[in-house]
Ligand binder design. Structure first.
Ligand SMILES: *[C@@H]1O[C@H](CO)[C@@H](O)[C@H](O)[C@H]1NC(C)=O
Length: 343
């Protein structure tokens, strides 16, 4: 009996030790993670993120942690002329992030390009240009979870030419394009093309102001009354000859220009400033607007590009992308599918 009792005591002690050890291990893991978990909490508060389930939060935390570690390793290496930042996309895996843009890149091969390019004979262009300084660019907008980058790109180019031709900068309606431009290629939040948006504005004989037809970020039914309330109109649209950054320069020297790019890479997701030099391919998946160009302090030529992911992304919503690269397509394919509306 006594032996059994001693044995039991030993057994209990051993069990306790095992538990204590496990508890200690668990504690150590949590302690080691505590600063990162704290950062996740702070990031959630800043960006107003709410997760419904604890398992979702745990999953998002793991993604956040992986992104933060990769961003910090990139910045620490310091071997690129641009930096990454822990922005509002930090709890999205790159796969989840890729699902947002929905530029209809896969139909590009079927696109007929317009033959005329009114700026082809331009010889002198300014060395640098920023259309924001000319008052031709509205504040940064945010497309949210709706894949209508194509509408934001086309609208920004239309806002630009409207300002340059009438002297008035009017924020125009993306939602009208999302809701009403549905008879052709464009499919609201499911994707579209800038040229088809221009075609719609042309055939509709105008586009409403943002104030009249505000952004909802979801597919809706066309509001015919708001649609008929035109704040601007265009006389046509033209394509910039493909794969020529010098042609693109002539166009951007004259007005803000819609461009398609590949924007789905990790480094694009978290770009926060400097001149972006890649990595990216030419698998066009996003529509944005070139609103200027220049040369950085270290002599790198760049395009100034307006994005539609809010002011928390990039350099207050903008990105400077390397210009005049070796590839004729331009960095991320920026010279492949550029176009602009005519006043
Ligand atoms: C450019 O110049 C050529 C040669 O003079 C001319 O044929 C062409 O029409 C001009 N292009 C434009 C868009 O004015």
């Amino acid at each position: 009996m006594a032996f059994k009792k001693v044995l039991f005591q030993y057994f209990t002690l051993a069990l306790c030790l095992v538990f204590a050890f496990c508890a200690f291990e668990g504690n150590a893991r949590t302690l080691e993670d505590a600063p990162m978990r704290e950062r996740h909490e702070q990031w959630m508060a800043i960006h107003g993120k709410v997760y419904t389930h604890s398992y979702e939060k745990e999953q998002k935390y793991q993604t956040f942690k992986e992104n933060v570690q990769r961003i910090e390793a990139f910045n620490h290496a310091g071997n690129k002329p641009y930096k990454l930042g822990i922005n509002h996309f930090a709890d999205l895996t790159n796969e989840e992030f890729k699902a947002i843009n929905r530029f209809k890149g896969h139909v590009c091969s079927k696109i007929t390009r317009t033959p005329t390019f009114r700026y082809e004979n331009m010889t002198a262009v300014p060395a640098t240009l920023d259309w924001r300084q000319e008052g031709a660019v509205t504040p940064i907008k945010d497309q949210g979870q709706c894949g209508c980058c194509w509408a934001f790109s086309a609208v920004a180019a239309t806002e630009g030419i409207t300002k340059l031709s009438t002297g008035k900068l009017i924020s125009l309606s993306e939602q009208e394009l999302v809701d009403c431009d549905t008879k052709g290629v464009d499919q609201g939040c499911e994707g579209g093309l800038m040229d088809d948006a221009f075609k719609f504005i042309l055939q509709n004989k105008g586009l409403a102001a943002e104030a009249i037809y505000p952004y909802e970020g979801v597919d809706g039914t066309c509001n015919a009354k708001a649609e008929g309330n035109h704040a601007t109109s265009i006389k046509g649209y033209e394509d910039v000859p493909a794969n020529s950054e010098s042609a693109l320069l002539k166009a951007v020297a004259n007005q803000p220009v819609s461009v398609a790019i590949e924007a789905s890479g990790f480094e694009f997701q978290f770009y926060s400033g400097g001149v972006f030099t890649g990595s990216c391919g030419t698998n066009l998946d996003h529509g944005v607007t070139a609103v200027g160009y220049g040369v950085s302090d270290d002599g790198t030529k760049y395009w100034l590009v307006k994005n539609s992911w809010g002011v928390k992304w990039g350099d207050k919503g903008y990105i400077r992308m390397q210009r005049d690269v070796a590839a004729k397509e331009g960095l991320c394919g920026i010279a492949m599918l550029a176009s602009y509306p005519n006043a």
